[in-house]
Design a protein around this ligand. Sequence first.
Ligand code: KG4
Ligand code: ZN
Length: 334
Amino acid sequence: STPSLILAIETSCDETSVAVVEDGRIIRSNIISSQIETHKKFGGVVPEVASRQHVESITWIIEEAVEKAGIRLQDVDAVAVTQGPGLVGSLLVGLVAGKALAFSLGLPLIAVHHIAGHIYANRFVQELEYPSLALVVSGGHTELVVLEGPGQFRIIGRTRDDAVGEAYDKVARALGLPYPGGPHLDRLALAADGAVQLPRAWLEPDSYDFSFSGLKSAVLAALNTARMKGLDLAADHVARGFQDSVIDVVTEKAMRAAKQFGAKQLLLAGGVAANKGLRESLTERCRQSRLPLVVPPLELCTDNAAMIAAAAHLKWERGEFAPMTLKAEAVLSL
Ligand code: KG4
Ligand code: ZN
């Protein structure tokens, strides 16, 4: 059969992205316009500013994605959009653009869950096997998800407070690092020659849930105490202590869950999947347990539309299309 071409749009947060993907696995184009420089001044994403910027960028990014893919709009077989979760004003921009394209070209519309996108970014590395376990770590999410079959997700654990990326960004901010702080903390931690001792939130012995607000508070308290005593806590020691605590807990829980649910693969997903310390720790533990680890390439860890197309392709194969009345959802279950 002729290959399928899916045009996907992702605008759930502060990246405007459009991709054209062939058969769910071959990236023909993946244009990502980051608003980080705009939001940096505010120390975080300002929703109203984000939606306005999506409006300004979406049209030329669609044109660029089509051009770069070397196709014409008429060659596209389906249009995929991120339905949620995310900032509703941002999601709406992509959703409306997607509907307009699908409607005018007479194409099916496919609704994709943002986290399904992050998980299926791993399809660009290799085809997924089932059951597998996904460790989803992003700015808005921290979840352990069992993939029982294509598009069949079962969340077995989630954060009870802050997401990992959110904790990274808050701790980085307390250390005076620019937004988003995750990559800066990662770099500091890896180069550190010592570590501040910080707590680990294991929760109940059999729980796959996470909690990071206590760790974040412990960092802030340590910084305050040092400041009051006129001491100087080295930023890299704080970064290392924080990162060690996060990595210990997520690695341990992911390994335990993979074993309990008989996962054939461990999939890493979300913006924090770019974390070098986390990649190293999981690589080592998976090697010891002879569990195949699949990690997306760095540029596909943070928000992008190619991952949305990869997830949409499974729905395309099943003919699971969305109605034109599709709504953007700030909160949406997998
Ligand atoms: O998936 P993503 O692009 O957006 C959401 O869907 O949330 O994730 C962004 C998050 C930010 O919190 C950012 O600080 C974090 O991913 N991040 C990292 C690293 N690179 C990005 N956190 C730790 N280490 C990194 N290397
Ligand atoms: Zn994301």
